[in-house]
Design a protein around this ligand. Structure first.
Ligand SMILES: C[S@@+](CC[C@H](N)C(=O)[O-])C[C@H]1O[C@@H](n2cnc3c(N)ncnc32)[C@H](O)[C@@H]1O
Length: 223
């Protein structure tokens, strides 16, 4: 697999079969923090004080190199100073990409302790449960409930079956009463599928390109 250094100095890969990279080339780690982890936590914090939660449950859909899980654990612990339990369930069909992550070192100025966290993640020192199988299969098998879902499939053009109302309905069934889903895509089909599944949808941050990410919630944001 071809390795690509992105603009924040973190690595990503190019998947030939899908003809897409695993992350934005404008900054792979930046994307994980700014489109997934930070908006998910900050949106949840609007309705539920994260610091008062004994534990927080996160669904990482499409774990890949694990950057989104890494970013959210780092953000919760280092930025929000969250000391409760962080439980992650990660879905990823391809065991090879999880292996590839083991050879990666991260050196990103903005997050000085990131590589230490990444080492711990690779050594299974955080509470991460893996489902190494197809997303639909995994979602049928999971019985936990989640406060946060990070949804990072390859694009709707390349993987239309992963952006359907059906898949978002399966996810919604696993959501806590107050749950936030973040995704990088703002494509019409994504917003329509989320709506059909019963999520409220809001524009997420614009990072590295003009169009915004998407934040979907099980609750209406009134402010
Ligand atoms: C955009 S990448 C995810 C990047 C990842 N979030 C990260 O931070 O490295 C999409 C991932 O979806 C996985 N994938 C593709 N089809 C899948 C499916 N049907 N079920 C589960 N995972 C799938 C791919 O193997 C790939 O790792």
């Amino acid at each position: 697999m071809k390795q690509i250094e992105t603009k924040d100095n973190s690595l990503t890969f190019y998947n030939e079969e899908v003809d897409e990279t695993y992350h934005s080339t404008s900054g792979a780690i930046e994307e994980s923090f700014k489109k997934f982890a930070i908006p998910a936590c900050d949106t949840l914090n609007k309705v539920k004080s994260i610091l008062k939660m004994e534990s927080i449950s996160i669904l990482d859909m499409y774990y890949g190199l694990g950057y989104n899980t890494l970013a959210i654990i780092y953000y919760l612990k280092e930025s929000l100073k969250y000391t409760g339990e962080i439980k992650v369930v990660a879905i990823e069909k391809d065991p090879n990409i999880i292996e590839v992550a083991k050879g990666i070192k991260l050196d990103v100025k903005e997050y000085p302790l990131l590589d230490e966290y990444y080492d711990k993640l690779k050594q299974n020192k955080f509470n991460v449960t893996f489902f190494v199988t197809d997303a639909y299969d995994a979602l049928e098998k999971i019985h936990s409930r989640f406060d946060i879902v990070m949804y990072d499939s390859f694009s709707p053009a390349k993987k239309p079956e992963l952006w359907t109302p059906e898949i978002f309905r399966l996810i919604k069934k696993l959501c806590e009463e107050y749950c936030v889903l973040t995704t990088y895509s703002c494509a019409r089909v994504v917003k329509d599928s989320l709506k059909e599944a019963g999520f409220y949808r809001y524009d997420g941050p614009k990072v590295g390109r003009r169009s915004p990410a998407t934040i979907a919630t099980t609750f209406e944001i009134t402010t």
